[in-house]
Design a binder for this molecule. Sequence first.
Ligand code: TYD
Length: 692
Amino acid sequence: MLSIRPFRALWIALSLSSLGDWLSILALAVLAPGLTNGGGVAKSSAVGGVFVVTLLPALLLGPIAGALADRLDRRKTMIVGDVIRGLLFVSIPLFPNLTWIYVAKFAAGIASQFWNPAAAATMPNLVPREKLERANQLSLVTTYGTAPLAAGLFSILALVGSGLSMVLPVFRHTSNVNLALYFNAASYFVSALTVYFLRQISTRRERGEISVPSTAKAIWEGWRFIRRTPAISGLVVGMLGAFSAAGVVIGLGYSYVSQTLHGGSAGWGLIFAAIFVGMALGMAFGTRLFGGLSRRRLFGVTLTAAAIPLALIGLVPNLIMVTVFVVFLGVMSGIAYPLGFTIVGLEVDDDTRGRVFAFFQSTIQVILLAVIAAVPFLSAGFTKAIASTTGSGDVKIGNIVYASAGQNVVILLAALVVAFVGISSYRRMDDREGVPLAEDLLAALRGEEPPPVPDEDDAQVAAKSHGLFIAFEGGEGTGKTTQARLVSIWLREQGYDVVATHEPGATKIGMRLRALLLDTAHAGMSPRAEVLMYAADRAEHVASVIEPALNRGAVVITDRYIDSSLAYQGEGRGLRADGIARLNRWAANGRVPDLTVLLDMPPEEGLGRRARSGDRLESEPAEFHRRVRAGFLALAKAEPSRYLVIDATRSVEEITEEIKDRVRDILPDPIPSTAEAATGAFPAITDPPLPR
Ligand code: TYD
């Protein structure tokens, strides 16, 4: 992985920045109590204060920062974030007082809230798709693996620091923690430099052609996007369930080990180590072992399976056995956690990815914190309830004693939640319906190809995805582009995840094909070559834009699709339509629009609307365009249920209304009436059709 240079650079930045984060927590937790004059309570609340200001930014700012990070230049965000954090930590030894520590740590936390989603969202742009999984694992390892490293480093720096303070007077006044803080600042500065030289990080694309939503709206849309996208909402349900279970384990861990298992601190250390060992094993071998299994299925399966060791932990109060179960629990989380990140990385657009990551990161922290805080009370409550009915908080079954059995009840409840959540997220995310899970698992374990999804014919491909596919077709100057744009805006306004695209030329390869196709210098191109190039553009378009979007449940609106080939190359050029249709069915992997909106008008009128000189196809004689029009109309007539034919000579507003009426009928969810009212209030976009 690290041989990919841009990834290596990002990984170094991430490691340094995580090391800095951990080091700062350690250093400030030591520094803060030293700066109070009060007694033990004041000192421990000073340490508590450090943890509060560490977590607070995530709670306050998580989702907002993510949405903002999506709109900012990622590279600049990361550099500025690092420099700010560096400066803040340099300032702490210079102004050593408690208030400033809190302010600085809080401000640094805010900067991290921008830095982290920017880094996470950048990853998929730096590594090839097939390596994204490894990349995510590696960066998670660094994020958490730097913690013990920071602890070791901290002890060394503290020693060196106190040695120096004896020799050099500069170091005398502030405590021996200073060196750690300077080192910490330096790690941020180096990280900033690393990112500075990392040119591959995308600067945000300037899009701006469609209305740019406000930040508040972006958050709202991020949330709606998650809700409306079954795969991602399955993931959220799963992640949240998993982290509430993790909260239970962390929150109850120490008291369970000491009271029920009689393990003491040594036992606690053992359990603590076991979870990390398990996670490491899961990350290292899990995806390798089950590499053949669909990622989404694997996520649901590991989550559900995690309920088993969790339940056993609650049922078998024996330290050694619990240690073994904890290793298994660790393995499951070691598989599921990076998988979740990979799924987001692969299935969420570049535009919204930062928001989704931020949503995850902030909700995960909130859940963890809330569960950790609530769980001791909850288990105490259960123990009390048990005591009030049976006379003792301890429960004896056979010769097993469950001391303070409320803890066991909570652990079993957590196992139940995990099982439930695992199954529900598996159902939502399943991308291989029809194949029994056992067959898939066996094939994966044997290292064989996964069994094919049965009868994957054209109709089923379309039926399988949850999205909605709408094509706009028509001759030159009929206003397709304008209408496609207006309908996209309208749908976005209602919170649909809309992907507006066009043919030819919506992909990188497509753009080059488009240039070849439309260049007037290529007049006289062989008609078959023309068909193949449009089909090649379409194949790339379907595979890399349309299918991923439909699979995650988006509404895809394309300006031109297969019918253009049938009309222009078929009728216009006089090639046989059935050959073109067959070729295109293959190229487009059988994707057929749910609705095709055909904008129809006499070609003379459409061509007359064009302000600029025509491209290769527009320059064809009028007779050609008349044939094209007839071709489109014939297609619509053959399959009226899938077409909406519109008289495009009418006003833009009238046409949009007619299209909306039809689209409303086929939208996946009924539109709430409130949304309808809001849309009515939305000022109609009156700018003239954009020339393309
Ligand atoms: P474009 O600039 O997208 O035109 P418009 O605004 O009219 O959509 O150019 C696309 C041209 O390519 C257009 O003249 C139609 C032609 N075309 C085909 O001939 N076959 C096809 O399959 C497609 C998609 C487009």
